[in-house]
Ligand binder design. Structure first.
Ligand code: ATP
Length: 425
């Protein structure tokens, strides 16, 4: 049953003044319109865990469009985006913040585009369609009831005990992507699977249900996994439950490598001033030990052309670079530059870890720390001043000078100018 818990204080302490203002306005309008309104999902869980809260996820027992419109007017929202069919609406505030309202409903859909009309329901039913008890709590924010916890499935207790528990026995069969979600939350919170839930998860895997989920939805969950802090831990769970190869076909699970890759990536990339880490970095890491396998990944999931390109170029670029950087002979800066500059950033880290010789690593570092920043000192302006006609030749000349500079042949602007005079007139 539900707990008699009031979380008003928790809301006061953990939600920004603007967030509270928003909650008040939403709550007042709801009560005026005769609706009940709730915060649901991850934000409730995270508030109870004392973790930093993210976006407000608002569910209405009533017409979310009507409520969103009134709230939008009160807050002079700059945009009101209704989805009549799904009874959801978003408003965008002047500060750019987006707030989503949805009408409580029975089914959970990831991609509303392909759906039948939604069936409106109570908050209890809305919570019952969710994945795990810890994600199936709501905090009421209707005026006069702000902070009342609605917890019909025992989420609070499971949260306290660190347990991931499904709401019913068919949960994983109904939506096999929940298998991945379960492992992701296990890894993130260091929780345990409740005994029956684990059995159901194992059965669903053995029954091949993960294969029945659409690749797009699995991909969506994989992307989420690669945004987690402890990626390795989640990969270990995938391995443990026997689905690593299923979601990453032809990837080879080598724990030591994965550990080095995922546990030290952030520091290393920071060192390289590459702070943006995309989920494609994750895929490169998983496939680094079997680069050909990446084609299987590309085949299995609906990637954008750009994503495919990154993965393909990453894989072939790594191969090429491994050979060049490991050559026993002297390797020119220019060769290193031309090979590594073709590699997408998503491949650098995997490449570095794959290099097992000191000399090869030194060459790699040289590229990162020096070569890639080298630029000719002369510019198009200088070429113009020398009397050269602007055109494609400019690019060619500047590139050539850059290469000669990388190899230390040209050392300063005077030498660059002299070079142009001697070779292009
Ligand atoms: P995160 O902190 O990773 O964002 P979250 O719980 O907010 O966690 P979302 O993926 O944003 O995760 O989902 C929001 C809510 O929607 C979840 O808390 C859960 O209640 C519900 N949900 C999401 N995916 C599913 C699913 N596949 N099946 C059932 N409910 C789901």
């Amino acid at each position: 049953g539900s707990f008699e818990v009031n979380l008003k204080k928790l809301l006061d302490e953990n939600i920004s003044p603007e967030g509270q203002e928003l909650i008040n306005i939403v709550g007042k309008w709801a009560s005026q319109l005769g609706m009940r309104v709730f915060l649901v999902g991850g934000i409730v869980r995270d508030l109870l865990l004392g973790q930093k809260q993210k976006d407000l996820d608002i569910v209405v027992e009533g017409d979310a469009l009507v409520l969103a419109q009134e709230v939008g007017k009160t807050l002079s929202a700059i945009k009101f985006i209704p989805h009549e069919r799904f009874k959801t609406a978003s408003i965008i505030l002047k500060n750019g913040q987006k707030i989503d309202f949805s009408t409580s409903r029975v089914e959970f859909y990831q991609h509303p585009a392909a759906l039948p009309d939604v069936e409106v329901s109570t908050i209890r039913e809305d919570l019952y369609r969710r994945d795990f008890t810890i994600n199936s709590m709501a905090i009421e924010i209707t005026y006069g009831h702000i902070g009342e916890l609605f917890d019909p499935f025992g989420g609070l207790l499971d949260l306290k005990e660190g347990i991931i528990r499904v709401l019913h026995n068919l949960s994983f069969v109904e939506d096999p992507t929940r298998i991945l979600r379960a492992l992701r939350f296990l890894g993130r919170f260091n929780f345990k699977l409740e005994e029956n839930t684990e059995k159901l998860l194992i059965d669903a895997i053995a029954g091949g249900f993960l294969n029945l989920a659409s690749p797009a939805r699995i991909l969506y969950e994989l992307k989420l996994i690669f945004t987690e802090k402890d990626i390795l831990k989640i990969l270990k769970f995938l391995k443990h439950y026997g689905i690593f190869q299923e979601v990453f076909p032809k990837a080879s699970y080598e724990e030591d490598f994965l550990k080095r890759y995922f546990n030290y990536t952030v520091e290393y990339l920071r060192l390289l001033k590459e702070t943006k880490i995309s989920w494609l970095h994750g895929v490169m890491g998983v496939y680094a030990k079997n680069l050909e396998g990446i084609e299987e990944f590309i085949k299995k999931y609906p990637l954008t052309g750009e994503e495919e390109e990154v993965l393909r170029q990453g894989a072939s670029g790594i191969d090429e670079a491994l050979i060049l950087l490991s050559l026993p002979r002297e390797v020119k800066g220019q060769e290193i530059f031309e090979t590594l500059t073709k590699l997408p950033p998503e491949g650098y880290w995997a490449l570095y870890l794959l290099l097992d010789r000191f000399r090869a690593r030194e060459r790699f570092k040289k590229y990162f720390e020096e070569l890639r920043f080298i630029k000719p000192e002369i510019t198009g302006e200088d070429l113009k001043a020398l009397g050269l006609k602007p055109g494609p030749l400019y690019r060619e000349i500047l590139h050539k000078i850059k290469m000669l500079k990388i190899d230390g042949v040209l050392k300063n602007k005077d030498e660059e100018i002299l070079y142009v005079k001697q070779n292009y007139f």
